[in-house]
Write a protein that binds this ligand. Structure first.
Ligand SMILES: [Zn+2]
Length: 235
C-alpha cells in the first residue's frame, strides 16, 4: 500500500515555487540588467534618429555617390594614362597626346573634388549632426556587449540554482497524486496567493481570517481542506 498523501507536502511544493520565482525575479531586476536595458533603449533611439537624419540627407548621399563614382573612374583613367606614358617607345605625337589626356583627367579630378567640397560645405551642419549620432551609436556598442557578457555570467549562478530547485520540484511532484498536482496548478492559475499553510490558532494560515469552529470543521471535512475565504489549503 502506498503511503497516504499529506496535504502538508503542498507547503514544500509552494516553498520551492516561491524560491524559483524569487530567483527568476532576481534575474530581471539586477543592476546590470537595468543598465543594459537603458543602453539598449538609447541605442534604439539613436538608431531611429540616424535613419531619420540619413533620410533628410538623402539627396546629399545620392549626389555624393555619383561624384565618388566619377572620381573613382577618373583615377582609373589616370592610372591607365600614366602606365602608357611609361612606354619608352612612344613618339613625340603620342607623348603629347597622352600628356594632354593626363592633364585633362587631372583637372577633371580636381573639379570633382571641388564639387564634393562644395556639397559637403552646403550640408556641413547636417553632416556634423549625422556623424555625432553615428559616433554615439558606435560608442554604445562595446558597452552593450560588455553588459550582456556581465549578465550572462551573473545569470550562470542563478540559473544553476534554479535548475537545482526545478529538479527538487520534479522529484517532489513525482510523489504527488495526479489530482493533487492538477488541484495545485488550478489554485496557482486562479491567483491564490498562499496555496497552503498551517492553521494559526483559529486563523486561516493562508489569508489570516478568523474561522469559527463550524467553519474549521467544514474545512477539515472537505477533500482538500480549503478555506472558504481564500481557497488556500489549511493544514
Ligand atoms: Zn484563508
Amino acid at each position: 500500500m502506498s503511503k497516504p498523501f499529506l496535504l502538508s507536502n503542498l507547503i514544500d511544493l509552494q516553498d520551492l515555487d516561491n524560491e524559483i520565482f524569487k530567483l527568476i525575479d532576481e534575474k530581471s531586476k539586477g543592476e546590470s540588467v537595468n543598465i543594459l536595458k537603458d543602453l539598449e533603449k538609447k541605442y534604439h533611439e539613436n538608431n531611429s534618429l540616424l535613419i531619420k537624419k540619413k533620410d533628410e540627407l538623402k539627396s546629399y548621399f545620392e549626389e555624393k555617390k555619383i561624384l565618388d563614382k566619377q572620381i573613382f573612374e577618373s583615377e582609373n583613367k589616370l592610372k591607365n594614362i600614366l602606365e602608357k606614358l611609361q612606354n619608352p617607345k612612344l613618339d613625340a605625337g603620342e607623348l603629347q597626346n597622352f600628356n594632354l589626356q593626363k592633364s585633362s583627367v587631372e583637372n577633371n579630378i580636381i573639379d570633382l573634388n571641388v564639387s564634393i567640397e562644395k556639397l559637403n560645405n552646403l550640408n556641413a551642419e547636417e553632416l556634423l549632426n549625422y556623424s555625432k549620432v553615428e559616433n554615439s551609436l558606435e560608442e554604445l556598442k562595446p558597452n552593450i556587449i560588455e553588459y550582456s557578457k556581465r549578465i550572462q555570467s551573473e545569470w550562470k549562478d542563478l540559473d544553476n540554482n534554479i535548475n537545482e530547485l526545478e529538479i527538487k520540484k520534479s522529484k517532489l511532484l513525482s510523489t504527488f497524486p495526479e489530482d493533487i498536482v492538477k488541484f495545485y496548478d488550478q489554485l496557482k492559475h486562479n491567483g491564490v496567493e498562499v496555496i497552503a499553510a498551517y492553521k494559526n490558532e483559529g486563523q486561516c494560515g493562508c489569508c489570516g481570517v478568523n474561522l469559527t469552529s463550524s467553519e474549521l470543521d467544514k474545512i477539515f471535512d472537505s477533500k482538500y481542506n480549503q478555506c472558504p475565504y481564500c481557497q488556500g489549503v489549511v493544514i
